[in-house]
Design a protein around this ligand. Structure first.
Ligand code: SAM
Length: 291
């Protein structure tokens, strides 16, 4: 008899991601902006340093989310420059716009748009992204589109996650939650749009080459990620945002207390002597340019 389990299919457009980032996922990110920014700050900073935006430059922050790095870029390019943050998530863009207004940065604006297809101004000096480029259904087409926005000599700099096994900040809580729920997940498609879609450095390199970029460089950047002052705080963060949050949502609220307890126990075993929980984070810092 034929196996009735449907084969996982790759999405043909970004509709599913756009719905996710406008649903509970985007809402949670918007609500947790401060905590999330703190968690990924070191990686975004490494990419900002590599990008070295200069006064007067025109920059696009792809998948800018709640605007943290777009604000930083706007300060770097100054009043003679321009920064456009592009994102599909209404709740996250609402936070970004509030922050930009509070900072009085007139050189910064935001567009709600799918960066892989939206009309973009030409002659851009820098395309930047902190964890915002791994969600395209067709990455080569998306990067071709982005490449066309760059001026000749313009640069691309982004940071993306390396493999889950190198990111214990994400996997330790997830494994603990799965254990509580008694779940053995089916093997995931490592190429499917999502946080780890660019984990394979060679694939990322070939996507960018196929899209027309040159001078492609990938550097591994690892840093500990502080999940909380206590294992309990770290567990609460894990079920709010990130891979474990989705599992917890899908399991239903009746399982949340047990999931939290299971994660807390697992993380307590890895806590420092003062109770703080910091686990490993591993990324690729990717840079390239338009010839
Ligand atoms: C992991 S979050 C990172 C947000 C932000 N860059 C940060 O570091 O806080 C990924 C972001 O990519 C955005 N995104 C996903 N697909 C997108 C697309 N096709 N076009 C523009 N933004 C997209 C999401 O809405 C989300 O804000």
């Amino acid at each position: 008899m034929a196996d009735a389990t449907p084969e996982p299919t790759m999405p043909t457009d970004n509709a599913e991601q756009i719905a996710e980032w406008n649903g509970t996922l985007g809402q949670r990110w918007a609500e947790s902006q401060r905590e999330t920014d703190a968690v990924v700050a070191a990686f975004g900073e490494a990419a900002l340093q590599r990008a070295a935006a200069r006064p007067g430059e025109r920059v696009i922050d792809i998948g800018c989310g709640c605007g943290d790095t777009a604000l930083a870029l706007a300060r770097q390019v100054g009043e003679t420059g321009q920064v456009l943050g592009v994102d599909v998530s209404q709740p996250m863009l609402a936070v970004a716009r509030q922050r930009a207004a509070a900072a009085g940065l007139r050189q910064l604006r935001f567009d709600e748009a799918d960066a892989s297809v939206a009309p973009l101004a030409a002659g851009i000096d820098l395309l930047y992204s902190r964890f915002g480029v791994m969600f395209f259904a067709d990455p080569v087409a998306a990067f071709k589109h982005l490449h066309a926005a760059l001026r000749p000599g313009g640069r691309l700099v982004f940071v993306c996650w390396r493999a889950p096994r190198d990111n214990s900040w994400a996997m330790a809580p997830l494994v603990a939650a799965r254990k509580v729920l008694g779940i053995t997940p089916p093997p995931a498609d490592p190429l499917a749009p999502g946080p780890f879609a660019f984990a394979d450095g060679e694939r990322t390199r070939s996507i960018l080459a196929d899209a027309g970029f040159s001078g492609i460089d990938l550097q591994r950047v690892d840093a500990p990620i502080r999940l909380g002052a206590t294992a309990r705080e770290a567990a609460e963060g894990a079920v709010r945002v990130g891979p474990t949050a989705r599992l917890a949502r899908e399991a239903g609220p009746e399982h949340l207390p047990a999931i939290l307890q299971g994660i807390e126990r697992a993380l307590a075993a890895q806590a420092a002597s003062d109770g703080q929980v910091s686990l490993g984070g591993s990324t690729w810092l990717v840079s390239a340019s338009r010839p």
